[in-house]
Design a protein around this ligand. Structure first.
Ligand SMILES: NC(=O)c1ccc[n+]([C@@H]2O[C@H](COP(=O)([O-])OP(=O)(O)OC[C@H]3O[C@@H](n4cnc5c(N)ncnc54)[C@H](O)[C@@H]3O)[C@@H](O)[C@H]2O)c1
Length: 331
């Protein structure tokens, strides 16, 4: 039976997709260093090697022992706004770690490598809705890291015949999302703030537009990419965009179902794309992708799940520079 590796298996995408594959009878193994995901997110009975993908030898040894057929590379630290302040960590964790995995996939005969890049590669010069034919112009180290890995995969295919697919997701939400990280996952941050009886914080005027999608709609196209298409890039996500202020109001509405009444406060704006949403025509046409996200329903599900989780310590990162760091991240 084919052996499938999922990196970042304890994170949002990994925990959902591993459950989906296991339910369909696939043999799944995980890698995670639990820097951003939690053991409680792992599906029952799955083997997860606790290793840091930035460690070349550890990755090489694991591949030598396990001989995977397919690799889903989800592991990353996806804190786009923070990435200029943790530049070296960002490139180590998101580029070097990916390079180690790509080399091992070349050396140990992986049949297909599926990589989650990001909408962050499109940058500011490209106007949304972003489509896959636009030339990426990332504006921050996170987007640059994702684009570097995309280009590295292109080289690995042309020089070593490694098959790959690239997915560019955006604003995926759902249960198992890390809500204890103050630098990323805006809906998760608002849920955690609600549960801590804190106000919901909005950067700037809140008129930034994003399109949030429920993770459950990603599983089928992810599976399809295991064996279909080679060297192709697909945007995946919701078509329907919403301003962040309207989304915060929706979180307020859902919070009231659980007995909370958080207020909304505005903080200093940060460097980020004002409008970031994508065109999914290609995925709809070639993968039959259909996003049916009901945002209110998903947020309510996340609340129901979040109130049952341990009250974890909020994550803080070691900054590599504090120049121009936003006031709210200095605390
Ligand atoms: N969630 C989104 O909205 C979104 C949007 C665009 C792209 N993506 C990409 O999709 C992928 C998965 O995202 P997610 O939301 O599930 O993130 P997540 O943070 O929930 O999961 C990532 C997992 O990777 C693990 N990890 C991180 N660095 C590691 C390392 N060096 N070695 C081993 N494990 C490591 C973390 O512990 C975590 O469990 C990421 O590559 C992310 O960049 C996600």
């Amino acid at each position: 039976m084919a052996k499938i590796l999922i990196t970042g298996i304890a994170g949002l995408l990994g925990s959902h997709f591993s459950r989906y594959l296991l339910a369909k009878g696939y043999k799944v193994t995980g890698i995670d260093d639990f820097s951003g995901g939690y053991k409680e997110n792992l599906p029952d009975g799955v083997f997860c090697s606790t290793l840091n993908l930035a460690d070349f030898d550890a990755v090489d040894n694991f591949f030598n022992e396990e001989r995977f057929d397919y690799v889903y590379h989800f592991a990353a630290y996806a804190a786009e706004g923070l990435s200029p302040f943790i530049r070296t960590f960002n490139y180590t964790n998101n580029v070097i770690a990916s390079a180690n995995l790509i080399t091992a996939s070349i050396n140990y005969g992986v049949k297909k490598f599926i990589f989650t890049s990001s909408n962050g590669v499109y940058g500011e010069d490209n106007l949304p809705p972003f489509n896959e034919n636009m030339i990426p112009k990332p504006i921050d180290p996170y987007g640059i890291a994702k684009y570097a890995v995309e280009m590295d995969l292109k080289n690995a295919r042309s020089q070593f015949g490694l098959n790959y697919s690239i997915i560019r997701p955006h604003n995926v939400i759902g249960i198992y999302q890390n809500i204890w990280d103050k630098y990323r996952n805006v809906v998760g941050i608002w849920i955690r703030q609600t549960l801590h009886n804190e106000p919901l914080t909005v950067y700037g005027d809140g008129l930034q537009k994003r399109a949030f999608s429920d993770m459950v709609y990603y599983n089928e196209p992810f599976e399809q990419l295991m064996t279909e298409f080679n060297g192709e890039i697909f945007n995946l996500g919701a078509d329907k965009e919403i301003t962040l202020i309207d989304c915060a109001k929706l979180v307020q509405k859902c919070a009231s179902n659980f007995g909370f009444k958080p207020e909304i406060i505005h903080l200093e704006p940060r460097v980020e794309a004002k409008y970031a949403y994508a065109d999914h025509t290609k995925a709809k046409k070639l993968l039959g992708f259909e996003d049916k996200t009901d945002l209110e329903k998903t947020i309510n599900e996340m609340f129901s799940w979040a109130i049952k989780q341990p009250d974890r310590r909020v994550k803080t990162m070691k900054y590599e520079t504090i120049k121009n760091l936003y006031s709210y991240w200095k605390q």
